[in-house]
Design a protein around this ligand. Structure first.
Ligand code: S3P
Length: 443
């Protein structure tokens, strides 16, 4: 484990190209492997998590050719095995990737006559899989999780004939929704998934592009955008994913943008960022906090709006984040805690118990981590409250193997009075290997 010190600074300036989107990269590789024929994915994220997905697709029989495109991007050509073609002689290692294990379970559960074992690192072996196992079992799946702790990987899957269900998800999770939609492609009858709050809709967009009739209807008549959706799929004969270029990841770009907002005298611009309405919850939160943020939507890539976001240092006010905004900003909530340390008043995040089930218990790791740096922050069962004190002292923070906590610590250091030492800084490479170099380019 390595540690790195991030010293206080002033006047961050420059432009960063957003690294490729992790969620879309996982889905692109998976849908390409499920397709017939070959597909080229350009701008595929070169990070530990998305490398795990490429290795898993190869282990299932897909032919994967990789070339470096530079700047943390891969050009990947995948020749798929088709919807009914995955075979695996050995257990599949998903590494740290929750998206991979949950989405893959949906596809593999429908492979009659085949068996699979899915496992991963220490963090994956603690993550709850009941949320996908329960509805898949209702569809006829046979999945055996590990008993310790109950309902966690390794998962043993005996492929079975599935039938569609109408499922109201108890948690707002794009991973669960996506898992069931993939299972629905091979199930008899209609599979209908209804979400309690809007969640990222990359899978629906990509399935439609691959030739699947996906029906997504808003379930709320309230004029909130976006609305929770009821999504319907039926069995299809084949997928044919077109070539695509992965847009940039707002969840990664957010670290630079927040650094720009917090470090005095800064102007930071991030280009090529995906601006899908189901991903931009953070931008709404920042607006309410009075942040000086400018968004320019410029193009469409892989069915997703893309643009540039510029952040300028300025004063911030506290805000309350709850309800539908939680899922739309789920991976950015640690940054909301950091912003709250600098904002006038008390910032409250509520209804976010899902944070406890991420790569680490992100309520505990964020609250303990920032408190050790001098923040006035308390944990609640479903979120946290942070009182702005006009700054942050600094000190030492442990990443706990969680990429987003490692990057949070780095940004906190730049904005702090005394600097921050991040233990386990290498965890950033799970989603963003070029993070430190990109951050340094702004100094
Ligand atoms: C993801 C969905 C979210 C998010 C994760 C990626 C996805 O998880 O936190 O980083 O790619 O679908 P949940 O679906 O569990 O909320």
């Amino acid at each position: 484990m390595s540690s790195r010190r991030f010293e206080p600074t002033r006047g961050l300036a420059g432009t960063v190209a957003a690294p490729p989107d992790k969620s879309i990269s996982h889905r692109a590789a998976l849908l390409a492997a499920m397709s017939e024929g070959s597909c080229r994915i350009s701008g595929y994220l070169d990070a530990a998590d998305t490398r795990s997905t490429l290795a898993a697709m190869e282990a299932l029989g897909a032919a994967v050719e990789i070339e470096e495109e530079g700047g943390g991007r891969l050009g990947v050509r995948v020749r798929g095995v088709g919807l009914r073609g995955p075979r695996a002689a050995k257990p599949i290692d998903v590494g740290n990737a929750g998206t991979l294990i949950r989405l893959l379970s949906g596809w593999l559960a429908s492979q009659e006559g085949q068996s699979f074992e899915l496992s991963g690192d220490e963090s994956i072996q603690r993550r709850p899989m009941g949320r996908v196992i329960d509805p898949l079992v209702q569809m006829g799946a046979r999945i055996d999780p590990d008993p310790d702790p109950p309902g966690t990987p390794p998962l043993r899957i005996e492929g079975a004939a599935l039938h569609g269900i109408h499922y109201r998800m108890p948690v707002a999770s794009a991973q669960v929704k996506s898992c069931l939609l993939l299972a629905g492609l091979l199930a008899e009858g209609e599979t209908v998934v209804q979400e309690p709050q809007p969640t990222r809709d990359h899978t629906e967009r990509m399935l439609a592009a691959a030739g699947v009739p996906v029906r997504s209807e808003p379930v709320s008549a309230l004029p909130t955008a976006p609305s929770p959706a009821r999504v319907t799929v039926s069995a299809v004969e084949r997928l044919r994913q077109p070539d695509l270029t992965v847009p940039g990841d707002l969840s990664s770009a957010a670290f630079h943008l927040v650094a720009g907002l917090l470090v005095p005298g800064s102007v930071v611009r991030v280009e090529g960022v995906g601006l899908n309405p189901t991903r931009v919850g953070l931008l709404g939160i920042l607006n309410r906090m009075g942040a000086r943020i400018e968004v320019e939507e410029s193009s469409f890539q892989a069915g997703e709006p893309v643009g540039a976001v510029t952040a300028r240092h300025g004063e911030l006010q506290a805000t309350r984040v709850d309800g539908a905004e939680i899922a739309l900003a789920i991976d950015e909530l640690p940054l909301v805690a950091l912003l709250g340390c600098f904002a006038g008043g008390e910032t409250l995040v509520a209804g976010a118990e899902e944070l406890r089930h991420k790569e680490s218990d992100r309520i505990a790791t964020v609250v303990d981590g920032l408190a050790a740096l001098g923040a006035d922050i308390v944990a609640h069962e479903d979120g946290f409250a942070v009182r702005g004190t006009g700054g942050l002292r600094g000190g030492r923070i442990a990443a706990h193997g969680d990429h987003r906590i490692a990057m949070l610590g780095a940004v906190a250091g730049l904005a702090s009075r005394e600097g921050v030492e991040v233990d386990g800084v290498e965890a950033a490479a799970i989603s963003y290997p070029g993070f430190e170099a990109d951050l340094a380019s702004l100094r």
